[in-house]
Structures are given as C-alpha cells and as structure tokens.
Design a protein around this ligand. Sequence first.
Ligand SMILES: Cc1cc2nc3c(=O)[nH]c(=O)nc-3n(C[C@H](O)[C@H](O)[C@H](O)COP(=O)(O)OP(=O)(O)OC[C@H]3O[C@@H](n4cnc5c(N)ncnc54)[C@H](O)[C@@H]3O)c2cc1C
Length: 430
Amino acid sequence: MAEYDVVIVGSGILGLSTAYHVKSVHPDADILVIDKLSAAGEGNTARSAAAFRCIFSSRTNYALADSSVEFYRHLQEDLGVDLKLQWLGYLWLLTEKDYGEISAIFRDLALKSDLKYIEYEGKELTRRLCVRIDLKKDEEAQSMGLDDVFGGILIPKAGVINDVSSLVNFYETEFLRLGGKIQYGIEAKSLIAEPRQPLGMPGEPYFWQATRVAGVSTDKGVIKAKKTILAAGAWVSQILDRVGVECYIKPRKRQFFAIPAKSGELQELLYTKGFNPVGCLPFTILPRLRVYIRPFSKEGTYWVGYADDFPRAFKLEEDPQPEKSFYEYGIYQVLTKYFPQFENVRASSAFAGLYEVNSLDGHPVIFEENDLMVVGGASGSGITKADAIGRIAEALYSGKEYACFYGDKKFKVSDLGLKKRYVEPEKLVL
Ligand SMILES: Cc1cc2nc3c(=O)[nH]c(=O)nc-3n(C[C@H](O)[C@H](O)[C@H](O)COP(=O)(O)OP(=O)(O)OC[C@H]3O[C@@H](n4cnc5c(N)ncnc54)[C@H](O)[C@@H]3O)c2cc1C
C-alpha cells in the first residue's frame, strides 16, 4: 500500500494553511489532504463571520493575528490576489473600567510595535452613531447590568473578508499548484496505531511496544502516512478521544442573526462616514458583554452575534441551528439599549456554527506526539490567525524550534504545544 509523507485530516482554513506551508518548504513531500465534506472550507470556516483584526491582548495572539493580517494585506495589495478584504476597522465601545484597562494594553502594544489606534469620547460617538451612552436612568438597562459607554477605541488594521472562500481558494489553489493532493468526501473514522517495530504478532501493538500513528482508517479504506496531521476543527477531540489523547479543544455553538438595514436610521448607521475608507460602520463591539455588529455594506445588512459561555454546552453537532430566542430575548435586548435604531426589527435570517474552543486558555493548540500532529483550537479566530498557525505547524513538522511569520518575526513553536505551553491570558476574546 502506498504511504504518503503526510496525510492531513480537514480542509478548513487551518488544514489548508498547514498543507500550503508544509508543501512550500518540502516541495518533494507527498501530501494528501482529506475532508468528509465535498469541497474545501465547507466546515466551520464557511460559517464564520470572516472578520479579522490585528489586535489581541496576549503577546501570542497579537503576534499570530498581526502577522496573518499583514500576509493577507500583502496577498491582496502586492500580489493582486483578490481576497475581498474590507478595512472597516474594529470599534470597541467601552465602559469606564474597561476603557482604562484596554487603553493601557493598547498603549503598551503601541510602544512596542506599529499598532495604531484612535480614541473617541462617548459624546463624540453619540454625535456620529446616535449610540446611547448614558444608561443610568434606564431601569431595565440597570437590571440587565448594562453600563454607560465611556468612550471608544478604533483599531484600523482590522475588517472583514467579504467572501471567506477567497482566502480558502488561495491556500487550496497554491497547495495544488505545488503538487499537493486533496480528496473530498472521505471521512477519517479512526487513527491507525502501529508498533514502530512490528513483530508480526496478532493484536499488535502491545503496551510494551513503542507505538506510532501510521495514518487513518477512513470510510473509503486505509490511508498510511509517515505523519498524520489532524486539523479537523470542532471534530478533533472526537477523533483523539478514541486513542486517549487530550487536546483541550471543545465544540461550542455560535450564532449570527441578519438584520436588513431597511429603515432610514439603520441605513444612516450602516453607511456612517469617517471611520474607514469604505464609508461604513466598523465591526462594532458593545460594552462589557460584547455583543458584536458585523456590517455588510454591499448587501445593506448587519449581522449581530454574541459568544456566550456558561451555561452553553460543549456539544458536537453536524448542523447546529440558530435559536430564535437567543436573538429575541438576548441580543436584541442588549443591542437596542445602546442602538435604539434596531428597535422593532426582526432578524431576516440566521445561522450557527461551532467554535473549536481551547478550554485551557483560548489560544491555538499545535503539538505532536507519536507521529501525530494536532493543529486547532483557534477559539473563534481561526480566519484571523490561519496563516501564522500554518507556519507554526510547518516549523513543528520540520523539527524547527522557531517558526518564521510573514514579516520575519520568530515564534517559539513549543509556546503553543501542551508540554511547554507559554501563553498569557487573553482579555479581548469575542
Ligand atoms: C459563527 C462563527 C463565526 C466565526 N467568526 C469568525 C470571525 O469573524 N473571524 C475569525 O477569525 N474566525 C471566526 N470564526 C472561527 C473560525 O471560523 C474558525 O476558527 C476556523 O474556521 C477553524 O478552522 P478549522 O480549519 O480549524 O475548522 P473547519 O473549518 O471546521 O475545518 C475542519 C474540517 O475538518 C473536516 N473534518 C472533520 N472531521 C473529519 C473527519 N473525521 N474526516 C474528514 N474530515 C473531517 C470538516 O469537514 C471540516 O471541513 C467563527 C466561527 C463560527 C462558528
């Protein structure tokens, strides 16, 4: 039976970025990507809001996001790859307490890097966006624990990819052009565990034998490989649990609701000028709870969402469905307190997907044991960080201590492993 150098399970954005970077550095390696779906990026990559930002509070996340965003800019602006990037910026609306904490983080990062940000006073935001900043006299808002908007911070190096498949296509096309192979409609059922030195005894491997992962058993037969890379997104722990490998990656439902900008007020808000070159509302994050608004300027629509935690279950679902009540009794209630423009407006459609949450610290997980590599746990920002994650996976595959990001920054590979993990807590999770 033919043995590949590498088999990668999952053709989402992380599997494809990994495939592309490994193949770029090892052009002679025989690499096969498989996916149970019928095309690339059809898993949770397709269900994402495809928003990106350079900014995170942890050194690690910031390095991953900033270099990936710079790479996407380079592809679009220098190489002419049409990624459909729209530089809308991210606008954080903040309570006084959060403003103090977050502006200190940004100030510190700006001293050490080229981070640019713009600060706005609350009154200025009201003038520009008609946002309600004073909720003290609103009893309902008080009972919901909603605080006043003290000010806002805009991060210009951020925005949305208007069609995430353009980024998926880039990695897929380049990987194939380099001679990589992809097969869709193949489901990996289990990992193949084999002794490093088979003795030909029935029932191998025995516990006293050094054992490795030698590929995957699929619904279409066995695929042998020298290295198996699992980039199966929210499904990764389902596969790893069967061989008792812990990865701390859990699936959690996330939902978006589409609101058409039909009224004059919603049109005005959507096409707000002065924040970005597009002439559109930035991706906007409301105070404290962090309900977010993702504008679609061409379609005349908003998507609104919220990343809820406790008591939302970790649950693997093939086709998670949005919950009407999550909008009506949740997001709508918070949204309309700050932006009355959304009052009496129903969601015209909705969708849901799964975050692949790293339950340890919200950072990606990239490690290897027994010829098995795991690349995942992007925790809701896999599009934003995909390029850097693919480069770290390449460095791990190549046995390098440091990965080299776009822009030549070095990153210690073991920082995102499990044994010598080294990350700071992240304060800007969405
Ligand atoms: C609602 C929502 C909004 C989001 N918004 C953003 C955002 O604005 N910005 C951002 O950066 N990120 C966002 N994300 C997160 C982002 O989508 C993910 O981090 C990213 O897509 C993860 O990529 P992946 O390759 O790990 O997973 P996936 O894209 O899910 O890819 C995994 C692939 O593995 C395949 N697979 C699984 N099991 C098997 C098997 N046994 N055999 C074969 N194939 C298998 C699946 O079919 C799938 O194609 C969002 C996610 C959701 C759900």
